[in-house]
Design a protein. Sequence first.
Length: 166
Amino acid sequence: MRGRRGAILLEILIALSLFVTAGSIILVSTTSMTAALGHSRDRQIAADLAVSKMAQLEAGLTTAEQLHDTLIDVDLISADHSAELERMLDQPPRWRIVVETEPSRFSPLTNVTIRIFDARRGPSGDEPELAVLHQLVRLNATSPDEFDTDPLLDGASARPAEGGGE
């Protein structure tokens, strides 16, 4: 009878150690998956930021000189998370934008490279690069307010065409 009790105790200890080991493995994998998900989210935000800044360059809303080596804070926040918003406002800007331009072999176009770095993960120059966007862009040397008028619109009036099908 005493040998049977010892065997049951040994079985319980083995089952308990297997349960604790399995729980530890699940906890470690969950933690690493959460970190990977956060890094993936950061890379997606950085890629969206690079595309947005490239579109601003193409539209003539900003210049490469204005964007180069700027710090910006962009995050996805819902309006009902005011405590998170207050916490983020106390932190330094998150993203560092580096813009490089070089002439291309296609005369009116310029080869533009936008690199997005995570400024909170290291000192300036040592941050991890999260997104890179290369594109040929026609850069405007003029101010956005100095657009040429379209010759097709010279005789157009502001009122709608008559007989518009209503």
